[in-house]
Design a binder for this molecule. Structure first.
Ligand code: AMP
Ligand code: ZN
Length: 663
């Protein structure tokens, strides 16, 4: 029996590959279904031979209650965008600046528009599938992904033992149209666009529902130790191992060749079975990729080229003004609903007063709307031919639409602000909502709507008030059960453990985002130190500019803020850096700038860079007269070596670096 089961599994695996990857089936659908049924019957009768990667899992049947959070073994980055040949040339120049005269080639691929996915294979079997999430951690959706026919459950050929592969789960155009046809017939609203429907599908709890969706998985990158040394070879290998890797990729040796690829696909993409919104250009050599490294958000060795967005014109019905948590006013255009690139568009951002003036948009105008990468479409111009003869320029509001306070606009800033920081309702709730948000205090049980309710009920007026809330105050609120009330209070209590850098971010100081908060926390180690800092001292910190520094200074000048901080301190929130974050921190490399080049054995490049920063040094991206040391690994680029020699910069091997920090 075991043999028959294994034989059927192998056969079905092969037919699945023929059908979904090669697009060349050798048996009829009927025969396939017969075999699958036989296998199902046998498996049901012999649960001892269960295999989570058997073809029978394709039809689903399990329920996932909660998707587990998984920290990515390798971070999943975004891509920088470019929109012109000049952008691409500029990018290439930056690369050459780092790599010197090394030979350089690029791989062009299509940018598939779906949901990114990380697949882990162990011994040739699908072991885990994870969404991108925030790039650091995502949701484990393996059971759902197993139902996608083009995801191989068992690899073929000479695959590595343990590796990750990245790709995009898409909903092909035809399948999307079919789904919508069925929905409309059933009297349901159609789905908005294939991308959102694809990512929504991946988070369904019932795998058999996912199995019904015609999802497809297109792969584009190997990650981890695979023995492969270039991107192009990686694509070829992945194909051999049984993955669906679109044929439309090209190895290019010049920007011109890259542009040819882009121009060809700009029109040809409309004939593809799935949606693409651009081309991704990648440096081919993995060694060079490593040398180029990453910015905070994206690899320096890759660039997305976005195709020009589709445009439509529609009526501008009215403009509303939103007030953000910092008091910034954003004008939003309310449009006559119009279909654009597969989505119904009703609103578009107008950014600020200057933008309205520059575009000279007027109420009743027919405006051109475009959808770029961002979710909210934007207005890019006015169809003057359709303008009414008596139309009037827009008078930008002078007072806050929420609290009536006269708006201000600081010199050099584009945005108007409502200065009524502490009493303007959306600013009050916005600040509290920011405070409790996931990347800030991450208060479990408490959501944006509840904050709204609590504020309206007069229970909270600022984030310090949160820590005074009692269960008895919550119970009278609409739809508030005992259990939820308890959870809120528990969640608030628990947030007292959130580390200082996140508390600092949560305070909502304008321009102090997540990264800046971390930087400041690391540098000053406590709120008291930060509060003492002068403008000049703040600006001296790497990447802290005048705007951020001034904002910090004025935050601490405000008596109200100091009171809030004092109350939070009394409640026991973390206002100093914990030992864990400072562990291993020294000043040994203070004042020194390091450039890291080549391949290392004792450390990974990231570890090296972390160690440099942890010990007070700076990491530079290219060798200059300011560089103190180059830490040299194997295969250092010859041009870099020459440069270091000509500038007289000292080159040290990693062992010597280790001595430097251990001394
Ligand atoms: P963005 O979300 O705009 O920053 O773009 C980055 C995303 O593009 C990645 O997370 C991938 O999911 C997606 N992507 C689609 N096609 C490719 C490709 N060929 N190479 C790399 N990333 C791709
Ligand atoms: Zn206001």
């Amino acid at each position: 029996m075991k043999e028959r089961i294994e034989q059927l599994r192998a056969e079905l695996n092969q037919h699945n590959y023929n059908y979904y990857i090669l697009d060349a089936p050798t048996i009829s659908d009927y025969e396939f279904d017969q075999k699958l049924k036989e296998l199902q019957v046998l498996e049901n009768a012999h649960p001892e031979f269960y295999d989570e990667n058997s073809s029978t899992v394709r039809v689903g049947g399990t329920i996932t209650k909660n998707f587990k959070t998984v920290v990515h073994e390798f971070r999943m980055y975004s891509l920088d965008n470019s929109y012109s040949k000049e952008d691409l040339e500029e990018w290439e120049r930056r690369i050459i600046k780092t790599l010197g005269n090394e030979q350089l080639s690029f791989v062009c691929e299509l940018k598939y528009d779906g949901a990114s996915i990380d697949l882990l294979y162990e011994k040739g079997r699908l072991a885990q599938a994870t969404t991108r999430g925030d790039g650091i951690q995502g949701d484990e959706i393996t059971a759902n992904v197993r139902t996608i026919r083009s995801v191989p459950l068992q690899l073929r050929g000479d695959f590595p033992e343990h590796f990750h592969i990245r790709g995009e789960i898409v909903l092909p155009k035809k399948g999307f149209e079919q789904m919508n046809k069925e929905r409309i017939e059933a009297g349901e609203d159609p789905y908005m666009n294939p991308r959102n429907t694809a990512s929504g599908s991946l988070k369904l709890q019932d795998t058999s529902e996912v199995a019904k969706r015609p999802l497809d998985c297109l792969l584009y990158a190997l990650v981890g130790n695979t023995g492969v040394s270039t991107q192009f070879e990686g694509l070829e290998k992945a194909r051999q191992w049984g993955f669906k890797v679109p044929k439309a990729s090209k190895l290019c040796h010049s920007t011109q060749e890259v542009m040819d690829f882009i121009n060809y696909w700009d029109t040809e993409r409309h004939n593809l079975p799935y949606e693409t919104d651009g081309v991704v250009v990648k440096v081919n050599s993995f060694a060079q990729q490593e040398e180029l490294g990453y910015t905070a958000k994206s690899p320096r060795w890759a660039m997305a080229y976005k195709f020009k967005a589709e445009q439509v014109d529609t009526l501008l019905e009215s403009i509303s003004y939103q007030v953000g948590r910092t008091g910034a006013i954003t004008p939003v255009a309310n449009l006559k609903p119009v279909l654009l690139a597969g989505t119904v568009v009703k609103r578009a951002s107008l950014h600020n007063a200057d933008q309205i003036e520059k575009l000279d948009v007027r109420l009743g105008d027919s405006v051109y709307v475009e959808k770029g990468g961002e979710i909210i479409p934007k207005i890019v111009g006015v169809n003057l031919e359709k303008r009414e003869p008596n139309s009037q320029p827009v008078h930008y509001i002078t007072n806050c639409p929420e609290c009536g306070t006269a708006l201000v606009r600081n010199e050099g800033e584009a945005q108007h602000y409502c200065p009524n920081t502490y009493h303007c309702p959306p600013q009050i709730t916005g600040k509290i909502q920011h405070f409790i948000s996931r990347k800030a205090m991450d208060i479990e049980g408490l959501g944006e709507e509840t904050v709204e309710l609590l504020f309206k009920a007069g229970i909270i007026e600022n984030y310090a008030d949160l820590y005074e809330i009692k269960i008895s105050q919550l119970l009278p609120l609409e739809r508030m059960a005992q259990k939820s009330a308890e959870n809120i209070v528990k969640g608030i209590e628990k947030s007292k453990e959130v580390p200082f850098e996140r508390v600092l971010f949560a305070l909502g100081i304008r321009y102090v985002g997540e990264t800046v908060a971390k930087k400041l926390a690391k540098h000053y180690k406590s709120i008291d130190n930060l509060q003492q800092a002068t403008l000049e001292q703040l600006i001296e910190i790497d990447e802290i500019g005048n705007q951020i520094a001034s904002s910090v200074i004025s935050f601490f000048k405000e008596e109200y803020n100091l009171q809030l901080i004092n109350r939070l301190k009394e409640k026991g929130l973390q206002f100093t850096l914990s030992g864990k974050s400072t562990e291993g921190q020294t000043d040994k490399l203070k004042g020194l700038t390091f450039v890291v080049s080549g391949v290392f054995h004792l450390f990974t490049r990231d570890e090296l860079k972390n160690l440099i920063e942890l010990n007070g040094g700076k990491v530079g991206s290219s060798i200059s007269a300011k560089t103190s040391y180059v830490v040299v690994g194997e295969n250092m680029g010859p041009s870099k070596k020459e440069k270091a020699e000509s500038l007289g910069v000292k080159m040290i091997p990693e062992e010597e670096f280790q001595e430097l920090i251990n001394s």
